[in-house]
Design a binder for this molecule. Structure first.
Ligand SMILES: [Zn+2]
Length: 146
């Protein structure tokens, strides 16, 4: 198979979008970033738990760190988008929380802490924190900006 390479001679991108690997969310996450946030060119690394992977990494030279440092330093991404989602297996799923509200508050805090951690290394980036929430009896995904 051969397909058009849209980025011939282009080496810089707008943003890095860091999300969970979960197959149930990533396609819709791509759509949201392009259409909801209006970001067209971005690196899209994913590791289990999203913010959790950032919080667990040592900011030295592990895989999660490189997922942020390559976009930020090599591709000069100006925006860092971190996305967590409801019922994330890396956190034990929704069953670990008393209610959906408690679960959302927990993820909001995780996202804020991940931002704080990265801000130490990348203070000049624009941070966008998103919680992907299951709505309408889990029929739809709502992307909530934190
Ligand atoms: Zn997940």
């Amino acid at each position: 198979m051969k397909t058009k390479f849209r980025y011939k001679d282009i080496h810089l991108c707008e943003a890095v979008v860091f999300a969970c690997i979960d197959f149930r969310f990533w396609r819709e996450t791509l759509e949201f970033v392009e259409n909801g946030l209006g970001i067209k060119h971005f690196d899209f690394p994913s590791l289990p738990g999203g913010a959790k992977a950032i919080l667990d990494c040592d900011l030295a030279n592990d895989a999660a760190t490189q997922c942020i440092s390559v976009p930020c330093e090599l591709h000069q991404a100006g925006k860092i988008v971190i996305i967590n989602h409801e019922d994330c297996g890396a956190y034990g799923g929704s069953k670990e929380f008393q209610s959906r509200e408690v679960e959302q508050k927990f993820h909001e805090e995780e996202l804020r802490r991940a931002k704080e951690k990265l801000s130490a290394k990348y203070p000049d980036k624009e941070y966008i924190l998103i919680y992907a929430k299951l709505d309408d009896e889990k029929e739809n995904i709502e992307f909530v900006r934190i």
